[in-house]
Design a protein around this ligand. Sequence first.
Ligand SMILES: C[S@@+](CC[C@H](N)C(=O)[O-])C[C@H]1O[C@@H](n2cnc3c(N)ncnc32)[C@H](O)[C@@H]1O
Length: 206
Amino acid sequence: LGCGSGPLSEAIWRRTAGQVAEVVGVDCAAVNVRPYEDLRTSLVANPDRLRFVCHDFSAGLGLFEHGRFDHAVSGLSISYAESWDQERREWTQTAYDRILAEVGRVLRPGGRFVFSVNVPSPSWARVGLSSARSLITTTGTMRFLKKSWRMIRYGAWLKREARAGRFHYLPHAEVTAKLQAAGFTNIEHRVTYAGQAYLFRALSPS
Ligand SMILES: C[S@@+](CC[C@H](N)C(=O)[O-])C[C@H]1O[C@@H](n2cnc3c(N)ncnc32)[C@H](O)[C@@H]1O
């Protein structure tokens, strides 16, 4: 969910040596069609087994039937499920609660949901610093500085919107309570990503 250009889809494919039946990446940004096409042609003998679906998950996952998937994975994405209450003229957490319930619905009973979400008020500077060495090596110093500057500016906007209630950087206890309310069990989490994210693991309702 919120697969972007597909790094997690690729990792799942490679780590399982292509033994997964199918990987479906969902993201609202159509621009990701292209990198998925590249992945399909470079990685997979039968391209139908690695697919990209352009979809806004704030509206739920109605395009997938009940129990469709064994497992679900999401990296730093579900915090951006957004819902606006026109009557009260305010952002709500309805879409966030809905996406958790929807993941529970599309997973088979006991399927695993593994996802990361940012901590409240994340420090993008710390995230940038923690990835500095590998980014400088792969992209060069100037590109690293440009990328960092963009991330910090964009990150400041994200945090402003989160303060307004549009996005959801929630304390881990709140995420756990929401997972429980959606019927998930065996909920565990740990801090990751330079202390700026939680990595959760939970089992879907049986
Ligand atoms: C921080 S990026 C993470 C991308 C990817 N998971 C990764 O690890 O590289 C967040 C992703 O969530 C997607 N996203 C944000 N809101 C979304 C929504 N409502 N529905 C679907 N995708 C969404 C964005 O387009 C973006 O690709």
